[in-house]
Design a protein around this ligand. Structure first.
Ligand SMILES: *Cc1c(COP(=O)(O)O)cnc(C)c1O
Length: 463
């Protein structure tokens, strides 16, 4: 049998309103052509993010009822701690309200002004939390990640050669910790090989630098290692995950991804000294260290999510869903970033809409058109998100790429929803020459994509 089944059936449903193209065109105009400003109830298929948007299992909903809401030392914490210790092997386990809270607390304990923190690529909040402490966040992206449409394995890897050369030039004590992000979110959710993790771990160890994993998608990374590294083909997924965690001194996890919950995070480490500092900082923003900004029921649902996420049938289905979407888009001639990851498929909007000038935001043009066509919310990862006006001249500074990300929430959409997305792209491919760009009317000085107001570019004929 070739079909990969969704390994679950649906027990509770969330209806959405079917809208018309004319309605959606109006809604988008009212939202100033910014999809972040469109109300979720006006979206049919929401592929904005895979963060906190997954569906919980019946066992997780049952666990919620069983959560212990005691302020201190609640039972749900000890249950979660046991599951996390079993998964990661780390001695100290701190729940926090989100991944970025773990970043702020960990870096607050370890990073000083003027120091440097290396990573394969810092996720936005990771970079922001390093830079907030006036330290430098440095990315060592693997060379194979540079060509978007050329398929290569392990595009998430860290460039060990470059890191080694760089480390040799750093003054003693100037690198407080070393990181690697699995999977590499900033590079399209591409995985990191066990071979690379081993090399990076050995390098950090040789330099006496504590090594932490930004492990939001640890299960998806373990799945790729199982699928692609012959040595790990027959090893159970929990053992692969454990082998990744064993290479580092600690990790943090945004539980909104592979924790299979809608909110939560974890910070884990082995070192007693770091743990003591973390324990002192956690109450400032998260609360007593056994609940860490979460309700007891959230801890219970997370413990159950972590028990479920390494199920090979679940991860096989997740790969099949992403690959199904990516391969059908390729069949239609849509330029897709290769290879696809598990959590998202990325479309190269510059290649799909070569007639839209780069200053007129081809990624945003495609994302807007996809919403009007199919009620699908995606997100532009390009000049709207990462570009900015030049501080001196005001001229637009462009991003390196203009991508549209189609994120796949966990266990939420069925194959006919994905077929709807594919069919919407088929329609867009037919009339892509008529798709026109946008210009920014109003923008904030930082993180402009969230709130910017846009309008169709002057001279762009609307359909
Ligand atoms: C989501 C994410 C974070 C931040 O976690 P939040 O739960 O959103 O605060 C950090 N790193 C990576 C790799 C992520 O994907």
């Amino acid at each position: 049998m070739k079909t990969v089944l969704e390994p679950f059936r649906i027990k509770a449903i969330e209806p959405f309103r079917i809208t018309t193209e004319a309605e959606r065109a109006r809604i988008l105009a009212d939202a100033h052509w910014n999809l972040f400003l469109v109300r979720a109830e006006d979206v049919m298929i929401d592929l904005l993010t895979d963060s906190g948007t997954g569906a919980m299992s019946a066992m997780q909903w049952a666990a919620l009822m069983n959560g212990d809401e005691s302020y201190a030392c609640c039972r749900s914490f000890y249950e979660l701690e046991a599951v996390v210790r079993d998964l990661t092997g780390y001695k100290h386990v701190f729940p926090v309200h989100q991944g970025r809270a773990a970043e702020r607390i960990l870096f607050g304990c370890m990073v000083q002004k003027g120091q440097s923190v290396p990573n394969n690529a810092h996720f936005d909040t990771t970079r922001a939390n390093v830079e907030y402490l006036q330290a430098n966040a440095l990315d060592f992206v693997a060379p194979q990640a540079r060509e978007l449409q050329k398929s290569a394995q392990w595009k998430g890897d860290l460039d060990v050669v470059k890191l080694e050369a760089w480390l040799q030039q750093q003054p003693e004590g100037s690198v407080p910790l070393g990181l690697i992000t699995i999977t590499n979110n900033r590079v399209g959710g591409q995985p990191v090989s066990m071979q690379n993790l081993r090399a990076v771990s050995a390098l950090y160890r040789r330099h006496g630098i504590p090594f932490f994993l930004d492990a939001a998608r640890f299960a998806e990374n373990a799945w790729w290692i199982h699928r692609l590294e012959p040595e790990w083909r027959d090893v159970p997924l929990p053992k692969i995950a454990r082998a990744m965690f064993d290479l580092a001194d600690g990790c943090w996890i945004s539980a909104k991804k592979d924790g299979l919950v809608n909110i939560g995070g974890l910070l884990c480490c082995n070192d007693d000294g770091i743990a003591q500092k973390v324990r002192n900082l956690v109450p400032l923003t998260e609360g007593f260290p056994t609940y860490g900004g979460l309700a007891g029921r959230d801890l219970a649902a997370l413990a159950q999510g972590l028990r479920e996420v390494l199920d090979p049938d679940y991860l096989r289905y997740r790969e099949a869903a992403a690959t199904y979407l990516a391969s059908h888009l390729v069949r239609l001639g849509v330029p897709v970033v290769q290879p696809n990851g598990l959590h998202a498929v990325y479309v190269d909007a510059r290649a799909m809409l070569p007639h839209v000038p780069l200053s007129e935001l081809p990624g945003q043009a495609l994302a807007c058109e996809l919403y009007v066509q199919g009620g699908i919310r995606s997100v532009e990862i390009g000049t709207l998100m990462f570009g900015h006006p030049d501080p001196k001249t005001g001229a637009p500074v462009l991003a390196d790429h203009d991508l549209v990300r189609l994120c796949l929430p966990r266990r939420v959409y069925t194959q006919s929803h994905v077929d709807w997305v594919i069919e919407s792209f088929a329609e867009l491919m037919d009339r892509r020459a008529k798709i026109t760009g946008y210009e920014i009317v109003e923008q904030a000085p930082i993180l402009r994509a969230f709130t910017a107001k846009l309008r169709p570019a002057a001279g762009g004929a609307r359909r």
